[in-house]
Write a protein that binds this ligand. Sequence first.
Ligand code: NDP
Length: 385
Amino acid sequence: MRSISIFGATGSVGESGFDLLMRAGGPQAYRTVALTGGRNVARLAQMARALQAEIAVTAHEEELPALRDALAGSGVQAAAGTAALIEAAARPADWTLSAIVGSAGLAPGLTALRRGGTLALANKESLVCAGALLHGVAQIGGARILPVDSEHSAIFQSLGAENIENVEHVTITASGGAFRDWPVERLAAATVAEASTHPNWQMGQRITIDSASMFNKAMEVIETHEFFGLSADKIKVLVHPESILHAMVTHKDGGTIAHLGPPDMRHAIGYALNWPHRQPLPLPVLDLAAAGSLNFRQPDENRWPALRLAREVIAAGGAAGTVFNAAKEQALDDFIAGRIAFTEMAPRVEATLDRMAGEPHFGDEPGDLPTVLDWDRASRKASAA
Ligand code: NDP
């Protein structure tokens, strides 16, 4: 029986993974090692009971009594805090879903890679802030990283057995988020509630706001570079309001292979769960006649300056990805807390990149977790409103 762990089980991606496991037979089909969450310990305990997990971990120590109560009599161990998350990640599992939001997902992800197995990676922040480190640790641990972000899963599936050397360019699509059709002049007054709704995808609040600002797509451009080793000029973005075509790979002979599917993360998670095989998934199949037409347009970089910043980050290399991710997370915190306007996020991230570029060793790729965390802390401080 295959063993699995889910980090960030109580989030939007974690719930989708849980749903797939339960539909596949739950504890009859998989041995669940660890499930982790944050504040939602009631849901975490429910999931851990349903999958008969060995251990459930909340990231917050003060939530431990509530988690223990909720798990009483279940036989599931309860634990809390950062050290417990790392200990859970070190427990052997064949397949681990990395679905914590933000750079908090990096340390558990690295620990999981160190002990081998497959890391199904939704936590794009890890790759953006420490891509080289992740790949290096995976190589040492004999682990495999599989993409779960829908665009990267789509590239991976469209590539098939082709060599990346034969790729002319890849195209990832963006829905355009909540403000796709707003006049640019209105964006400065956009509220958190308005930015927190997505036209097509049901996702966590942070990634939904990042979709409206295109910081999510900017992160995905960098993630594409880190996953597939493509330079910035080979990674194109198209606005595609229907969110049905997720990515295309254009080969040197001019042939383009696209991946299409309904906007439901269970496709990409299920693909990574069953890879290298394809198993039936309990999901609606694409109906193009019902979709009617698919539309595409070039993104307007005045509206979405984050896309230009992504290309600059790839060109700069070194610690630029770590700085970008931290400055973006801080700007998002500041927007959610009402300290800055929606349109102030991108200039703030750009100013932080400019400021941090003057620091010693900015051009060096961070080679270990403490160095990544140092850059992360310093960049958040430099960026804070
Ligand atoms: P959510 O906000 O819905 O869930 C995040 C999960 O992480 C929850 O389990 C949450 O716990 C937990 N968590 C939050 N803070 C911490 C912390 N400091 N330490 C440990 N755990 C924490 O996020 P999403 O599911 O939307 O996204 C997860 C990741 O997947 C992100 O990196 C996102 O970019 C990526 N992704 C998401 C997609 C989507 O469709 N949602 C699509 C592609 C990628 P709790 O809720 O209990 O507090």
